[in-house]
Write a new protein. Structure first.
Length: 436
């Protein structure tokens, strides 16, 4: 599957550059929630209307992500990655110039379209350019960089928005995306990946889905690792009929819906249930994100050590669900909220590297490198679907004051994710067979 890796010494530079891109995409995940105080004031928005902006972002991203996976397999991950970053910059400018709720929705949709490319493009590049023995580390760095983007955005927008206004803050966010484009363009040779060359079977739509994904690609003579691999074609129908793909989709749907609830509503939830002011509640959310970052780092070491992915996911999510139940109980003193949220974040973050390896083990190993973009694109569209549904479904609960029920739903969604992970692990242990 990593046949295009020609120089293992380039592994760390490559995964670092992809981390920068992923951090930028996650920075934009928090752009709209960070703007909520100004947008709700200036446009007179309710929680439901504000949540609908994020639902639009992730709905477009989810639909686009599945399609982006197909484009990645056809035209190459590197080109698609640059396109996504350009769309994010355009979206930030659109939001900064918005004068109506409709314009805000348009900016959210444009940002969602830009966000849609990152998982299929990033994971295709990592799987093709990074040595198999370092993939656990690569996935950990990928997750850590994403968390860094989450952590960086709220204070970035808060400081600039308070000093110069929220419209200037939006334009500054566009500059972040442009700078990322510049960095990747400067070192493009380290992230360049061409599509796998397809055998005649690829065009017949009759792929069996039994490819091993080992590939035999060789150097193009430049030593940059851009040569294409020759792969037996895999029909998209085969990808969509593989049970492991749907189970991974379900896992991402449930786990991301739990996170999306906190992303959108943690500050008002903690204010109503524990009497925390906006600044302290925002600090508590930051504690969750910092905990998630530390969990991702620890999870990367666990995954690199070759430990069972399913055990890590089940244990860590059980810890997070317990923390959510404790918060929902309102038995805790306000001083305990920050450490409990940190523990919840740690559990969620710990699952990241094991989750990504489990996806690779359960799905891509059966379909070969020619289907990498489609597998990751479809599976990770479940993440966007969950993030889109969370504010849309739970925003009305917030408007009606059902704050405890919202937190309990976080624990329930994490429980569903545990069931999905267990089922994926059982699928991964079965012999590879044709899926259609």
């Amino acid at each position: 599957m990593n046949a295009t890796v020609l120089n293992p010494s380039q592994d760390y530079p490559t995964l670092s550059l992809i981390g920068v891109a992923h951090g930028t995409s996650h920075f934009f995940h928090f752009l709209l929630p960070s703007l909520y105080p100004w947008l709700m004031r200036d446009f007179g928005l309710s929680f439901t209307q504000a949540g609908a902006l994020m639902s639009t972002f992730f709905l477009v991203s989810g639909l686009g992500q599945a399609l982006a996976g197909l484009v990645v397999d056809r035209v190459g991950a590197t080109r698609v990655l640059f396109g996504g970053l350009s769309l994010l910059a355009s979206a930030a400018v659109t939001l900064g110039l918005a004068s109506s709720y409709g314009a805000l929705l348009a900016g959210a949709a444009l940002a969602g379209l830009g966000n849609s490319v990152f998982h299929p493009a990033d994971y295709t590049i990592l799987n093709r350019r990074v040595s198999p023995s370092r993939l656990g580390q690569a996935f950990s760095v990928h997750g850590l960089a994403g968390n860094a983007g989450w952590v960086a955005c709220p204070p970035f927008i808060a400081v600039l928005g308070s000093a110069f206004g929220w419209r200037v803050a939006c334009c500054a966010a566009a500059v972040v995306a442009v700078l990322c484009i510049g960095v990747l363009a400067t070192f493009r040779g380290l992230v360049e990946v061409t599509p796998a060359r397809r055998s005649p079977t690829a065009h017949s739509g009759t792929g069996t889905g039994t490819g091993t994904g080992t590939g035999t690609g060789t150097s193009t003579g430049s030593g940059t690792g851009t040569g294409a691999t020759a792969e037996v074609g895999v029909a998209t129908r085969t990808v969509l009929l593989l049970p492991a793909v749907w189970l991974c989709f379900a896992f991402f749907l449930a786990s991301s819906a739990a996170f999306g609830t906190l992303q959108n509503f943690a500050v008002p939830l903690l204010g109503h249930l524990y009497g925390l002011g906006p600044t302290l509640a925002a600090t508590a959310l930051t504690a969750y994100l910092v905990g998630s970052t530390l969990g991702t780092l620890a999870g990367g070491f666990w995954a690199h050590g070759g430990h069972g992915q399913a055990r890590a996911i089940l244990g860590a999510l059980a810890l997070s669900a317990t923390a959510a139940c404790l918060l929902a109980s309102v038995w805790l003193p306000g001083s305990a909220v920050l450490p409990v949220l940190g523990v919840m974040g740690f559990g969620v973050g710990f699952t990241g590297p094991s989750r990504d390896l489990l996806v690779r083990k359960a799905a891509t190993a059966r379909l070969g490198a020619a289907a990498l973009g489609r597998v990751y694109g479809f599976v990770y569209s479940g993440l966007d679907a969950g993030l889109a549904l969370a504010p849309l479904c739970l925003g009305p609960w917030m408007d009606h004051g059902l704050f405890t029920a919202v937190l309990l739903s976080v624990a329930a969604l994490q429980g569903l994710a545990m069931l999905a992970a267990w089922a994926v692990d059982r699928q991964a242990g079965q012999p590879a067979t044709a899926a259609g």
